[in-house]
Design a protein around this ligand. Structure first.
Ligand code: ADP
Length: 506
């Protein structure tokens, strides 16, 4: 899902595009209507001016029209045109001007009209005759241009002139709009892009304090830093209130987590002594003769359950103390090779009983800084799990390798494997796949072994990963920072937080 920052930028961009488009459309429409008004006015002005010129000539008593061929005189074939004097004056008019008599004959065509091709001239004359005197300006499409025509029929009486029609070329006025459109088309995307960048930067700045809060809360919520609090500055804004609220919540969490840990630690601690006494009593009772078989079976069961309970209490105490940070992990060089060989030998013995082949294909010299008993516990947990969860006839491979990036201990088995949906949970406390079945069986652990193994790996600055496939087997790999002749690197043994282990399917 996109971040709020990206979504804000997107929303801003959409708004910006819509605004620019709306503004552009309105401006364009306004400009077009202004242009139409300007053209209409110009056409009417041309027609009015021509009428005024004709009127002025008529007022002086001079003739307005004459026959084009003096020999024809006033016969019906004579073609009437405006007098040369009037023609000279009319020639000064720009645009398309047609002067017509009452019979619809053309008395004068302006220079622009004469430049049109013959068809266009005929079409224009026809339209000029047909146009109603009261009609508003009227657009006309010719072969290669469009004109806006206006008519004026208020010519003073006593002349042959009945109407003047003037036209202006629609393309003649203000070539600006094309330029404006081009620049708008180029500039608009630039403006939108710039505003998007601006919005992204502004949103980033606005959300930076939120990012800081998220990082701080993440650091605090690892379960061991609940004593830390978020900084509350005096800005008095929403973020300050959020920090205050989060601090209150963290304080409440700290109290309840502390109480829970103390309870677990105290209860486990208190249970240790009675369990030890109970175990000693059962063992003494078992060794006291004479015993009936039923009594022996009952005592054997009691001893087994007491051992299990003692193991559980031990594990709980380990984890409770680890949570409270009360477990000191010794930091001294530990040679892992002999330790792993010991674990391997135990695995061979356990494997023999369980009908498994246990081998150690790779074992390299490696030294880590740490706590030998805890590291042994970690290796044993993994090996014992492999034995527990691998059916007869299976194989277990234990290996230890030392590379530049650290030391790797791994246990691979061909056992029952772990379903992909279960894999993310295996390091959780008290989590077991198929709880019901494993409780009664010899596999019946408590689901704490891997949680403890994970804690030990992390307390050594390392990590534990699991790869598995149901029915095919599993590989558990522990990665620890090494100290060796080759690296000589200083290793920090600070627990690396409770970040989750890596789990993948094979
Ligand atoms: P448990 O005491 O139940 O073994 P763990 O914490 O050691 O507890 O293991 C948790 C669960 O992870 C086990 O119940 C089992 O379902 C699964 N698991 C651990 N190791 C293996 C393995 N090698 N093969 C298959 N499943 C395993």
């Amino acid at each position: 899902m996109a971040s709020i920052r990206a979504r804000l930028t997107g929303a801003y961009a959409i708004t910006m595009v819509a605004t620019v488009a709306a503004l552009g459309t309105v401006l364009y429409a306004a400009q077009q209507s202004d242009r139409a008004r300007q053209l209409t006015r110009q056409a009417h002005e041309d027609a009015d001016l021509a009428v005024r010129i004709v009127g002025r000539v008529a007022a002086t008593g001079e003739p307005v029209t004459a026959t084009s061929d003096p020999l024809l005189g006033s016969s019906s074939e004579a073609i009437h045109v405006v007098t040369p004097a009037l023609r000279n004056v009319l020639e000064g008019l720009p645009d398309y001007v047609l002067v017509l008599d009452s019979g619809g004959r053309t008395l004068y065509n302006s220079f622009a009209v004469r430049q049109l091709d013959a068809d266009d001239q005929v079409q224009l004359s026809r339209l000029a005759i047909a146009m109603s005197a009261s009609a508003p300006a009227h657009p006309v499409r010719l072969s290669d241009r469009e004109l806006l025509l206006a008519v004026n029929a208020t010519v003073p009486g006593g002349t042959a002139v009945a109407r003047v029609v003037a036209g202006v070329d629609l393309a003649s006025v203000d070539p600006g709009p094309t330029d404006l459109r081009t620049s708008a088309l180029v500039l608009a995307p630039l403006v939108v892009l710039l505003s998007m960048v601006g919005a992204y930067v502004i949103a980033g700045r606005a959300f930076r304090p939120v990012d800081i809060i998220i990082n701080e809360v993440q650091a605090i919520s690892d379960g061991r830093s609940l004593h830390r609090r978020l900084a509350v500055d005096g800005a008095g804004d929403e973020l300050m209130r959020l920090n205050q609220t989060l601090n209150e919540m963290i304080a409440r969490l700290e109290t309840s987590f502390g109480a829970l840990r103390r309870f677990t630690a105290d209860a486990s601690h208190e249970l240790k002594t009675p369990l030890t006494v109970l175990r000693a009593d059962v063992e003494r009772a078992m060794s006291a003769p004479p015993q009936s078989t039923e009594q022996m079976i009952a005592l054997e069961e009691a001893l087994q359950e007491t051992r299990r309970m003692a193991d559980l209490v031990d594990s709980l105490l380990t984890l409770a103390r680890a949570d409270e940070g009360r477990f000191d992990v010794v930091r001294e060089p530990v040679a892992l090779e002999p330790l792993v060989r010991e674990v391997f030998e135990s695995a061979v013995i356990l494997g023999e009983d369980a009908g498994l082949i246990v081998s150690m294909p790779v074992v390299e010299a490696a030294t880590v800084l740490g706590d030998a008993p805890r590291l042994r516990q970690l290796c044993m947990n993994l090996v014992m799990n492999a034995v527990k969860y691998t059916p007869r006839g299976g194989r277990i491979d234990v290996s230890l390798s030392h590379r530049l990036d650290g030391v790797t201990f791994s246990v691979r088995d061909t056992g029952v494997g772990i379903a992909a949906t279960d894999l993310p949970h295996i390091f959780e406390r008290f989590w077991r796949a198929d709880r019901v079945r494993s409780r009664g069986s010899e596999r019946g652990g408590f689901g704490l072994g891997l949680a403890i193994s994970q804690w030990i790996a992390q307390a050594h600055g390392g990590s534990i990963t699991a790869t598995s496939r149901l029915g095919r087997g599993s590989i558990f790999t522990v990665h620890l920072p090494g100290v060796g002749e080759g690296t000589g690197a200083a290793v920090e043994l600070v627990p690396s937080g409770m970040s989750g282990p890596t789990v993948t399917g094979i």
